[in-house]
Design a protein around this ligand. Sequence first.
Ligand code: CMC
Length: 445
Amino acid sequence: MDTVDTRATLGDPSKCGHVTLIDHATGKQYDLPVLQGSEGPKVIDVQRLYRDTGYFTYDPGYTSTGSCDSQITFLDGEKGILRHRGYAIEDLAEHSDYLEVCHLLLYGELPNAGQKAEFEHDITYHTMLHEQLQYFYRGFRRDAHPMAVMVGVVGALSAFYPDSTDFHDVQKRRLATHQLIAKMPTIAAMAYKYSVGQPFVYPRNDLSYAGNFLHMTFSVPSEDYKISPALVRAMDRIFILHADHEQNASTSTVRMASSSGANPFACIAAGIASLWGPAHGGANQAVLTMLQEIGTKDHIPEFIKRAKDKNDPFRLMGFGHRVYKNYDPRATILRTSTHEVLEEVGIKDEPLLDLAMELEKIALEDEYFVERKLFPNVDFYSGITLKAFGFPTSMFTPIFALGRTAGWVSQWKEMIKDPQQKIDRPRQLYTGHQARPYVHLDQRL
Ligand code: CMC
């Protein structure tokens, strides 16, 4: 399967002219090549900038910087478009399933029936964890955040699979990607079980990927556990919607950590750590906390006012995005899905959903949010859906991590195979002291 490589057929970015940089201090001119991908804005290639001109670019937060070329995910933030390998997220969410999407991201194509059966078999074969890993869980406090547990346990896998560091071996690379996709639901479910003091539940390979995750999370050995196919489907859709999102903070973290040649499990642990923050994946937990804090609709204006106040650190969680300047297409799908899940679990009235919809309406009519093009993002509705499943808020971000694993491993694999790959090493604009003489302790003020 690893031989499927769309890079060869799709080709490299094409050169399409140049821009001229004029250094007014010296009067020198430099031509910088302009590149065009298959879609999206043109890109100025500055790889030779320092060598040719002696200048670096300065771009904190990488707001105008492309770190790599990639063939996995396309995002047009102005139009609210998200596609994986050319397929619209709306189509994937409606017609596909998570493991198919994993195959698509990893290997470039949706699997045919034979490939699908083989891939599903390969993944389910790796769902169990080494029994010794249970002791890692038991070393954590019961009230540890499951993301803390996941960073630790996924990082620990690098000690259990040290061979995976030899990732230039195609078989070992493939094994590591499959192990990560397969084990993440087990790891997340065990983090939950540990936090509530229930026995760990082993994976069941006769269940679907999402069905097995729900089983490991919510079943107990003393009772039969049954879940409706509609809820399994909704869980699977949540995984699809989180599967990849091009060069976001956690994916870039995985790429950067891996660029030194580090063990893939340790690098994915670094991605999980990055995802945890409230500006990224941690926002789904923060949205629910915020809605609970707002409490009732009459408090919305007060919180909108706070979100607009530059002296108040409060932000409307689940709103705004670095790339989307339009409705996040994942939020649109999730909003519909939320209603379906609530109906399926028999919740007729969810005050938090009413509150969220009212908050969205008010914010979208407010000049501050309109001017800055701040729209609901994927995290705005996911928490309400996950709450309806029965997940505690602390599990929301681990579920994001579970879904995003497909993207992390696919982007990691793409990076490893990129002939241009080199260690990531940004430069800096130094603003500290210039050279000064050492001050001996007895002379310091
Ligand atoms: N509430 C209030 N004001 C906001 C918000 C918000 N949620 N988001 C952005 N702004 C304002 C910001 O203050 C700034 O205003 P001004 O131009 O007057 O200084 C302007 O909008 C641009 O914001 P920015 O901080 O420069 O934008 P960014 O691209 O650096 O940040 C973001 C993007 C997602 C971190 C930010 O919108 C945010 O903090 N949102 C809330 C957290 C959140 O929902 N995160 C999930 C992101 S999507 C899923 C994921 O990536 O995991």
